[in-house]
Design a protein around this ligand. Structure first.
Ligand SMILES: Nc1nc2c(ncn2[C@@H]2O[C@H](COP(=O)(O)OP(=O)(O)OP(=O)(O)O)[C@@H](O)[C@H]2O)c(=O)[nH]1
Ligand SMILES: [Mg+2]
Length: 435
């Protein structure tokens, strides 16, 4: 089964809690704080892999949770880090999160750390200092919220077959590749895209056959435009026209009309599809004892489009060699150009792995929301500090105050227009802004 959209729920591991413990050296009354730190939670990673071809698997499995970090232990022993979880998706999967697209996994092995595991809380041993010889507090591990993200698959093929239902697209792909889609003499036989690998000389290219489109597809008529997204990444298109239309409708202008409708639908769906390089084939030439009529249409189409127009039969194989050769030439030119561009960029961009840069950059950014007479502080770093503090523990609270003071947060808030004495809220911490 094929599915090209999915919603999944991800959750990175929470950080382990820091431990509070003390021990006495043997034979001495000297106390030492010895609580170890919690381990880091596991990351959630999404990786493109050719092991998977569809997002269908995400219909059954929706929740993905990485392991939590282990809590710290006595004897200053740290907890183990949680194991990461890797979610395999088909090559060509785009990931949408808070932003429309945050990653586009186009190559085998490209990946993104979509959710980073929580940091482990430090154990009380970490807080020992000259002034604080026996810290009676530890940090809690960072809790990571679960969240939903959208996956969208856009197949990556070198060339796409596009045309009206019944034109013979599936027959073509089955004649030039090992793909075996269903073929039948009724419209909308193909319900999901099919990929086929076409060998050419000592090279190969990938072709996709999508369900037929008809006039109004961009507005949802027929199977609509939902499969057009799979041809957006192709290097070239093949517009497949059904020669039989001339026989049925008794006039060659009907093929010209079909061609115009297809061009119009491409344009209305996405201008980039309209601008993509293409060639035209007129299929089912075997039904014509005499090719005069088809030759007339061919010339008209060449004149109209300025593109190559091939007359073929997917059943007898006539013209398929030229189709392979013309397609290969188009694709290869683009490949060469892309290789040159990539070579120029080599070393400058890591194509394979993504990080969510923005969240890192924004950690220190402070936003203030006014809710009634109270001020709610939105800042990733501060919220995390509060969340990791055991607010019931007097000593832990003192330490947090000391940290906030050292970071000059009070001054920053005052500069942002919050008056002394105002009530300020950071996460679960509510306090009055004083010196
Ligand atoms: N005579 C003849 N019939 C063909 C040729 N190519 C395809 N057909 C027939 O045309 C009908 C439709 O072929 P398909 O390959 O299923 O057409 P399609 O474009 O994939 O159709 P949809 O999947 O519905 O969009 C079938 O009955 C095929 O046998 C050809 O070259 N000559
Ligand atoms: Mg088909």
């Amino acid at each position: 089964m094929f599915l090209d959209e999915a919603k999944i729920n991800i959750k990175a591991g929470d950080g382990g809690n820091g431990m509070i413990s003390f021990f006495n050296l043997r034979g001495s009354r000297k106390k030492i704080s010895s609580g170890g730190s919690g381990g880091k939670g596991g990351n959630v990673i999404i990786r493109a892999s050719s092991n998977v071809n569809t997002l269908y698997g995400f219909k059954k499995k929706v929740h993905f949770k990485a392991q939590n970090g282990q809590n710290g232990m006595s004897n200053t022993k740290s907890g183990k880090n949680g194991e990461e979880i890797i979610i395999e998706v088909p090559i060509g999967t785009m990931i949408k999160d808070r932003e429309p697209v945050i990653a586009d996994l186009k190559e085998e092995g490209s990946q993104i750390v979509i959710a980073e595991g929580g940091i482990g809380g430090r154990g009380n041993a970490s807080f020992t200092s000259q002034e604080r010889r026996f810290p009676g507090f530890a940090e809690k591990g960072e809790i990571i919220d679960e969240r939903w993200i959208d996956l969208e698959l856009r197949l990556i093929a070198d060339a796409s077959l596009v045309g009206f239902p019944n034109a013979g697209k599936s027959t073509i792909i089955s004649s030039i590749s090992a793909a075996r889609p269903k073929i039948a003499d009724y419209p909308f036989t193909t319900l999901v895209p099919n990929l086929g690998v076409v060998s050419f000389r000592d090279d190969a290219f990938v072709v996709v056959d999508i369900p037929g489109i008809i006039e109004g597809a961009h507005q949802g008529t027929g199977l609509g435009d939902k499969f057009l997204r799979h041809i957006t990444r192709s290097k070239a298109l093949v517009i497949v026209l059904d020669g039989q239309q001339v026989i049925y409708e008794g006039k060659i202008s009907s093929l010209m009309d079909t061609f115009q409708i297809i061009r119009k639908e491409l344009k209305l769906y996405d201008l980039s599809l309209f601008k993509k390089d293409y060639l035209i084939v007129i299929n089912k030439v075997d039904l014509f004892p005499d090719k005069t009529e088809l030759d007339i249409v061919r010339k008209k189409l060449v004149k109209k489009s300025g593109k190559p127009v091939l007359i073929i039969s997917a059943i007898t194989g006539e013209g398929l060699d030229s189709l392979r050769a013309s397609l290969y030439e188009k694709i290869n030119n683009i490949r060469v150009r892309q290789r040159e561009e990539n070579a120029k960029l080599a070393g400058k961009i890591d194509f394979r792995s993504y990080t969510i840069e923005n969240t890192k950059l924004n950690e220190d950014k402070i936003d203030v929301l006014k809710e009634g007479s109270e001020f709610v502080i939105k800042c990733k770093r501060l919220e995390r500090m509060v969340a990791m503090t055991d607010l019931e523990n007097e000593e832990a609270l003192d330490y947090l105050k000391y940290k906030l003071k050292k970071m000059k947060i009070g001054d920053r808030l005052k500069k942002m227009g919050i008056d002394e004495g105002a009530t300020v809220i950071i996460g679960k911490l509510v306090f009055e802004l004083i010196d």
